[in-house]
Design a binder for this molecule. Sequence first.
Ligand SMILES: C[S@@+](CC[C@H](N)C(=O)[O-])C[C@H]1O[C@@H](n2cnc3c(N)ncnc32)[C@H](O)[C@@H]1O
Length: 278
Amino acid sequence: MGKNDKQEFIDPFADFAEIYELTHSGKGDDLSLYLEYAKKTGPPVLDIGSGTGRVAIFLAEKGYRVFGIDVSENMLKIARKKIKTLPKAVQDRIRMKKQDMSHLDVPGKYALALMPYGEFAHVFEPKRQLQALSAIRKHLKKNGLLIIGMSNWDPREERVSLEGNEITRWGHSMPLKYEGIFEDKKNDRIITRYIARGYDPSVQTGLHVYVHEITDRDGILIARKTNVLPIRYVFRYEMELLLEKAGFIVENIYGHYDKSEFVYNSRRMIFVARKKEA
Ligand SMILES: C[S@@+](CC[C@H](N)C(=O)[O-])C[C@H]1O[C@@H](n2cnc3c(N)ncnc32)[C@H](O)[C@@H]1O
């Protein structure tokens, strides 16, 4: 840590934004849950780690005022470009700002705050995690809600270790698994994604290495692009404690967007927390 307790910030999405948009803009399985809560709380909505605007745009199209913050300039750039193509009335409902959630400072108070898709896993230090949650609480109206969606992280993932059959060191001999095929219609290209994941339980950190093979329609390789995302795994009781410490009451923990119970093999871990009044 330097003099001002500040570290150089490396934005893992800087070089990932375009591919993120291509591979995730079609994700919509979570939207009805967030809309359901927006209907309950009413506007405005704070979208934390708004990325390329996937959730913010959807909610603004449904009539909600949304303020999005994201720390990645390139993710915001894509979001802003998309917003410009929307009807004026929808555009007017969205505002976006570059900001780190642990230094959240936006105008107004919000009825609902969302971290829809793993955003919290990009905050590594417990101090910054708590700062972020406390700042969100300050920006919520009375009885405001915070929803945090993330994966149900699997601690059985291949471990980084110096011995045995585990991964011998970060980034070395991690098995590549096929993830899916995506279409880049604009450039008439196909993107095949593979992922290698390693996990270091001593720091609750996963290293997700995405390998993207970009080919033409005949399967001729045009480029291979690798993106590395370090992910801070947060587990159930840890998250509950963090939320309680930051002044929230955890109302529900869901295992998927259909509000099914959170159980050992749930794919997601979704916290619904209410601002506790002093
Ligand atoms: C997995 S993406 C999700 C984007 C979008 N919310 C969605 O659902 O498609 C995570 C986003 O969190 C942002 N992010 C990471 N750390 C952040 C921080 N400290 N403050 C604000 N945004 C952050 C990243 O830049 C990225 O856009």
